[in-house]
Design a protein around this ligand. Structure first.
Ligand SMILES: NC(=O)c1ccc[n+]([C@@H]2O[C@H](COP(=O)([O-])OP(=O)(O)OC[C@H]3O[C@@H](n4cnc5c(N)ncnc54)[C@H](O)[C@@H]3O)[C@@H](O)[C@H]2O)c1
Length: 335
């Protein structure tokens, strides 16, 4: 069976998750990995039996065997790895947010169009079963039309303080609301017309990034209220809290993924382990990240139509920029 030859750039938390997910896909083969930290790239290559390791995205893009590239560098560092891959004619799946400024996102989308290659953004929650099921219900017309939504995605303070070395170069808006803006656009099936937002900046002031944002997105037929905090206490049983309430003309739907029907109590703490995204089930990687990667590979093979287009990534960044601008200027922003 022909396999798509993939390269992965950026081998931190999310890049490694992609490597793991891809290792469970039959029609994908990782032929190269790259990280600025060359030792890390070599280690990952060794552990997964990947033929080549590089210390730059540019070198990986020049690898003639690579057909498709997954970019999982920090939020602010997507442009160069994506552009260098696109210019070499590779298909690209870039992590969310597509960019931390609209100009970068637009450059990527234009380049992909010019080269006639695929550019997708990893809005992986479109493959997360409860969120995908909500979309299915809407598409079947079972709930009527969406009228208002509340979507909360927050992290404990562990994420900006200890997990990300680059929290000061992004914000909880770009890092987390990229997911919820995407879900809102997907469910309301249209563009955001106006954004009004507020933020608070006290606890993370030393690293120069806001603690939390709340944003109201106005769509043609309704609104979504988004809330994302980066300062939940580390004693929370889960590193994140992710909830949706969607009220429609003919019903309502509620999602809570903080607790995946599992509570683990040890002598030290009680926690909610997260298995839905990626988990080795009897030795084989499974989960919705694998489904997101599978979809990308099937699109590269021409066996599927992209569920997420480059334009979705661009529109997402446009809304995120407006959220930040609305806070700064203390007024609604029309889009
Ligand atoms: N889809 C999701 O739910 C999800 C979850 C976590 C992270 N992410 C996204 O994935 C991306 C990576 O996040 P992370 O948490 O893995 O970060 P990380 O800091 O753990 O890893 C980033 C890696 O990229 C490498 N790197 C940085 N610049 C590079 C460059 N120019 N070329 C090659 N390598 C480079 C670093 O050395 C590091 O190993 C971010 O955009 C983040 O928002 C998405």
């Amino acid at each position: 069976m022909a396999r798509v030859n993939v390269g992965v750039v950026g081998l931190g938390v999310q890049g490694l998750a992609h490597v793991e997910a891809l290792s469970g896909l039959h029609d994908a083969r990782i032929v190269a990995v790259a990280d600025l930290d060359f030792e890390r790239a070599k280690k990952v290559a060794r552990e997964y039996g990947i033929p080549r390791a590089y210390d730059s995205a540019h070198k990986l893009a020049q690898d003639s065997e690579v057909e498709a590239v997954i970019v999982a560098t920090p939020d602010y560092a997507h442009l160069e790895p994506v552009m260098t891959a696109l210019r070499e004619g590779k298909h690209v799946l870039v992590e969310k947010p597509m960019a931390t400024c609209l100009e970068d996102a637009e450059k990527m989308a234009e380049e992909a169009k010019k080269r006639g290659v695929l550019l997708m953004v990893n809005f992986e929650n479109r493959f997360n079963p409860p969120f995908a099921y909500v979309k299915e219900l809407l598409s079947r017309g079972e709930l009527g039309v969406p009228l208002h939504a509340y979507i909360r995605l927050s992290d404990t303070i562990y994420v900006p303080r200890k997990m990300l070395s680059w929290a000061s170069k992004t914000s909880v808006a770009f890092f987390l609301m990229s997911h919820t803006v995407d879900l809102a656009r997907w469910y309301f099936d249209g563009e955001v017309r106006e954004v009004y937002s507020v933020s608070v900046s006290r606890i993370l002031k030393d690293i120069g990034t806001p603690d939390a944002y709340a944003a109201i997105l106005k769509f043609r037929g309704g609104f979504a209220l988004l809330e994302s905090s980066w300062i939940l206490p580390e004693t929370e049983p889960s590193i994140f809290d992710f909830k949706l309430e969607l009220v429609c003309s003919n019903g309502a739907v509620y999602v809570d993924t903080q607790k995946e029907s599992l509570t683990l109590c040890t002598a030290k703490a009680h926690t909610y382990p997260h298995l839905a995204k990626l988990y080795r089930l009897h030795g084989t990687p499974t989960g919705f990240l694998k489904e997101a990667d599978r979809h990308f590979i099937e699109c590269v093979e021409g066996r599927a139509e992209p569920i997420i287009k480059a334009e979705d990534g661009v529109a997402n960044v446009r809304v995120l920029e407006a959220i930040v601008k609305s806070c700064k200027e203390g007024r609604p922003i029309r889009l």
